[in-house]
Ligand binder design. Structure first.
Ligand code: CU
Length: 276
């Protein structure tokens, strides 16, 4: 059974193995397929009229879509090294640029001020190991500007305020919705998920956000928050449950897989557990 651990608790060896597996997927071309899929299926679908956010213009269902996307990526990592699991980044706790997440032995730090280029760590352009190939502009180097686009990451109190929302989602099931899904996603209210993309900056603030490996750690934590929400509200299920135009209902299949429904992804325990 895969155990997803808090990134802050990883051993040096676990960090080294995670980084090596990610770099191998980059080298063999599989990594960039994930970036391309995210950009095509999340960014190009504008039927709900979402504009200007960091990368999630659904009607693709935010939480089940990313759960399957992360499972695919984790399985790809495990095809390189079966001991690797996706770590998660609890950004409400590890909320400064001095967090060990950003150290040179893990993801590297923020970008330099002139052009945002990340200068240290295994994903710095200078290593030659991390070309940004799937991109929205000419820049081929990983960029970040931690804490520049927005000053503060969400606090635990803000997370709790969203976890307390008893309804999964509400009509019109888009960026105008009230309810847990849209508050976690961040189009409304205190803004959790979207704000983290903006706080990191660089490619993370664009549709090609998986170019930054922190994408996976951010979304792994979103998955954990969904699980926590499910524990707090055991009677509240995924909605809508049927017959909703332009929205993925509970039993509709999701692109690009076409063989999986939100109903198949509501519980994570068949796939992995968390360390808490
Ligand atoms: Cu995201």
């Amino acid at each position: 059974m895969t155990v997803r651990k808090n990134q802050a608790a990883l051993t040096a060896d676990e960090k080294r193995r995670f980084v090596a597996a990610v770099l191998e997927l980059k080298r063999n071309g599989r990594y960039d397929e994930f970036v391309r899929t995210h950009n095509e299926f999340i960014m190009s679908d504008t039927r709900t009229g979402r504009r200007g956010g960091p990368g999630h213009r659904l009607p693709l269902p935010f939480l089940p879509w990313h759960r399957r996307f992360l499972l695919d990526f984790e399985q790809a990592l495990q095809s390189v090294d079966s001991s690797v699991a996706l770590p998660y980044w609890d950004w409400s706790t590890d909320r400064t640029v001095r967090a060990s997440l950003w150290a040179p032995d893990f993801l590297g730090g923020t970008g330099r001020s002139s052009d945002g280029r990340v200068m240290d760590g295994p994903f710095a352009a200078s290593t030659g190991n991390w070309p940004v190939n799937v991109r929205v502009d000419g820049r081929t180097f990983l960029r970040r500007s931690l804490g520049t686009g927005v000053r503060e990451l969400p606090t635990r109190a803000e997370v709790d305020s969203v976890l307390s929302m008893a309804t999964y989602d509400m009509a019109p099931y888009n960026s105008a919705s009230d309810g847990f899904r849209n508050h976690l996603e961040g189009w409304r209210g205190v803004n959790l998920h979207n704000r983290v993309h903006v706080w990191v900056g660089g490619q993370m603030a664009t549709g090609v956000s998986p170019n930054d490996p922190v994408f996976w750690l951010h979304h792994a934590y979103n998955r954990q928050l969904w699980a926590e929400w499910q524990r707090r509200h055991p009677g509240a299920g995924y909605v809508p449950t049927g017959g909703t135009p332009d929205v993925v209902d509970l039993n509709d299949t999701m692109k690009p897989w076409n063989d999986v429904r939100p109903a198949d992804l509501l519980t994570h325990t068949a796939h992995y557990t968390f360390d808490v």
